[in-house]
Design a protein. Structure first.
Length: 177
């Protein structure tokens, strides 16, 4: 049986042009490797802050590459070029606003500017897309906040099974019928 695929998409004008080192993508991967006990394959992409490009890559990671989970980093703030949430909403069948609500709530414990974040999450077929901020420390905080719900969400949509390392993050799955 092949390993589940997880897409990591960095949205950054400068990183996509090679003018800035992508720190978000590696931070997402490091957090996932710490959280997950299930071996998985990573498909990494880096694109500019352009909604049509983001939409095309998200759709490709879900539909063509078969990623059960796609995690984005960057483009979730209030700046005019920050269009990740709009691109995510455009490609999703259904939105899961609780992800963004929880990430903002956790981030507010650290910084008052967390209210400026516009992260969201949604479903595209049998894929879950989750938007994270671009700052590495915020990535780990937000991913650990929402990850307890991710494995069960994937179960519910018929995606690949992901198990967590309970010492790092205890996933919730209901017990019984």
């Amino acid at each position: 049986m092949s390993q589940p695929r997880i897409g990591i998409l960095t949205i950054s004008d400068r990183a996509s042009q090679g003018l800035y080192e992508d720190k978000g993508g590696p931070a997402v991967e490091a957090s996932l490797r710490a959280i997950l006990a299930t071996p998985f394959q990573v498909l990494r992409r880096c694109v500019p802050d352009e909604a049509p490009v983001i939409e095309a890559v998200l759709a490709g990671l879900c539909d063509h590459d078969g990623c059960c989970l796609v995690v984005t980093t960057g483009g979730t703030g209030p700046a005019l070029r920050d269009v990740t949430p709009e691109a995510t909403e455009a490609v999703c069948d259904r939105l899961l606003p609780g992800f963004g609500e929880l990430m903002r709530m956790e981030s507010l414990k650290q910084v008052p500017t967390a209210i400026l974040s516009r992260q969201t999450a949604g479903l595209r077929g049998r894929s879950l897309i989750v938007n994270l901020p671009g700052k590495p420390s915020a990535i780990d905080l937000c991913l650990k906040a929402v990850f307890p719900a991710i494995p069960y969400c994937l179960d519910l949509i018929g995606a690949a099974r992901l198990d967590t390392d309970p010492a790092i993050c205890r996933a919730f799955r209901p017990v019984g019928p």
